[in-house]
Design a protein around this ligand. Structure first.
Ligand SMILES: [Zn+2]
Length: 132
């Protein structure tokens, strides 16, 4: 995963300038994120209610719902077929945003650590033994 690699680089190459540049790049991506929605898009089989329809006996009609957990309760909303592809993109945008927020937070943490290390008399030298 890219983020793990980035964290690795951050951990062993703690230049505040590089870290801030990386964070700025992530913040720019956050600003560019399009519409989003919380939840997951799920494909379901629906019965239309018409007793003469084939779905009354066999499989239902394929449909999509968006499900989300709010205050511990699962909610779902029917997504009209002509909106499905758009909603799929909104869901993906929300996931991308969550990843970016986590990355920005990790970079901010690294900047704090870097600052602390510099305050102790320059960047830490390579130390094969981690502090315990
Ligand atoms: Zn039907």
């Amino acid at each position: 995963m890219i983020s793990v690699y980035a964290y690795h680089m951050v951990k062993f190459n703690p230049s505040p300038k590089v870290l801030k540049n990386r964070r700025d790049a992530k913040l720019k991506k956050i600003a560019e994120i399009g519409p989003l929605v919380t939840g997951s898009l799920v494909k379901i089989q629906r019965k239309c209610g018409n007793m003469n329809c084939r779905c009354a006996k066999g499989e239902g009609h394929p449909a999509h719902i968006l499900t989300m957990v709010a205050k511990g309760k699962t909610k779902s909303v029917y997504v009209p077929v002509d909106l499905v592809e758009e909603v799929r993109e909104w869901v993906q945008n929300h996931r991308s945003l969550k990843t970016l927020v986590r990355d920005v937070s990790n970079l901010s943490l690294a900047i704090i650590r870097c600052h602390v290390a510099a305050g102790r008399g320059g960047a830490r030298k390579k130390d094969p033994k981690p502090r315990t």
